[in-house]
Design a protein around this ligand. Structure first.
Ligand SMILES: NC(=O)NCCC(=O)O
Length: 282
């Protein structure tokens, strides 16, 4: 059996970037001490979820992917031998911003990045003010823990991207989130398991938790946590995260399940791309 010990974290905004960075460094250290080989943080992990409002001041949270934040956590990944998925606010060039996850291997090498392709612009998720849609497709990377893909929050409503990640060879997909009560609750329950079974891979979904009180006053929202890890048969691996508290979820992934599920259900054989032409018409 090939087992990977994975960690995902759910945290609450402290009110400042430096303490968020320190908190996540400690979480990575705690995860590694518990034997984790890979960690994924929540969406835009070191900032508030500023999509609640449209305010230029939040552009200052962006930095290049070779900037100090990624450098710090790449050095930490190397020190801890921990594959790390780092959801950051990327400034690609002056005034060009993406919602990005950077993937760092266990030796500290920056393997690449995924840029969120589907950008929401609905009540309190005003992301088109902050991000260009991604332009890097759906890459999958060979890491020390296996074949890793990434997909970010609102992306999860789009089965097409999940499928691309499967076709590109993913055995585990990390899907960092910032979602809150309301329309998304039921979707949160079904989308991860559906993606896992349809594509025969593990889905790992950290979500923010708690109220971002100190940031938006009366407009503040409460994120519901309940981070989850789902196996290729659609079952939860361990319990969901708390819906109130910060937490590190540490879960053992039996990677043999990927092949077993794909052998039992021949979805890759039986899919009919020749009948799906309309999907790729704009
Ligand atoms: N962060 C983000 O994309 N939120 C959109 C709401 C959702 O998809 O749950």
């Amino acid at each position: 059996m090939t087992t990977v010990r994975a960690a995902i974290t759910q945290t609450t905004w402290t009110g400042d970037k430096e303490s968020m960075l320190d908190k996540h460094e400690q979480f990575a250290r705690d995860a590694a001490a518990a034997g984790a080989e890979v960690v994924c943080f929540q969406e835009l992990f070191y900032g508030p979820y500023f999509g609640i409002t449209q305010d230029q001041k939040y552009y200052r949270y962006a930095e290049p992917v070779d900037g100090p934040i990624v450098q710090r956590f790449a050095a930490l990944a190397k020190e801890l031998g921990l594959v790390s998925v780092l959801p950051v606010y990327e400034e690609a060039q002056t005034g060009v911003y993406y919602n990005t996850s950077v993937l760092v291997d266990a030796d500290g090498t920056i393997l690449g990045k995924y840029r969120k392709n589907h950008i929401p612009h609905v009540e309190k998720f005003w992301e088109k003010f902050y991000f260009r849609p991604g332009n890097l497709g759906y890459p999958v990377f060979d890491t020390a823990v296996g074949k890793v893909g990434m997909y970010i929050c609102y992306d999860r409503h789009f089965p097409e991207g999940w499928r691309e990640l499967g076709l590109n060879g993913a055995h585990m997909v990390f899907n960092p989130n910032a979602t809150k009560p309301g329309l998304s609750n039921r979707l949160w329950e079904v989308e991860g398991p559906c993606a896992a079974v349809a594509n025969g891979y593990f889905v790992l979904q950290p979500n923010r938790v708690g109220r971002e009180d100190n940031e938006y006053g009366e407009d503040a929202v409460t994120f519901y946590g309940t981070s989850q890890v789902i196996d290729p048969r659609g079952n939860h691996v361990g319990a969901l995260g708390s819906n109130e508290h910060e937490e590190i979820l540490i879960r053992d992934l039996d990677l043999d399940l990927v092949q077993q599920m794909r052998d039992d259900w021949q979805f890759y054989r039986d899919r009919r791309p020749d009948t799906y032409g309309e999907i790729v018409e704009a």
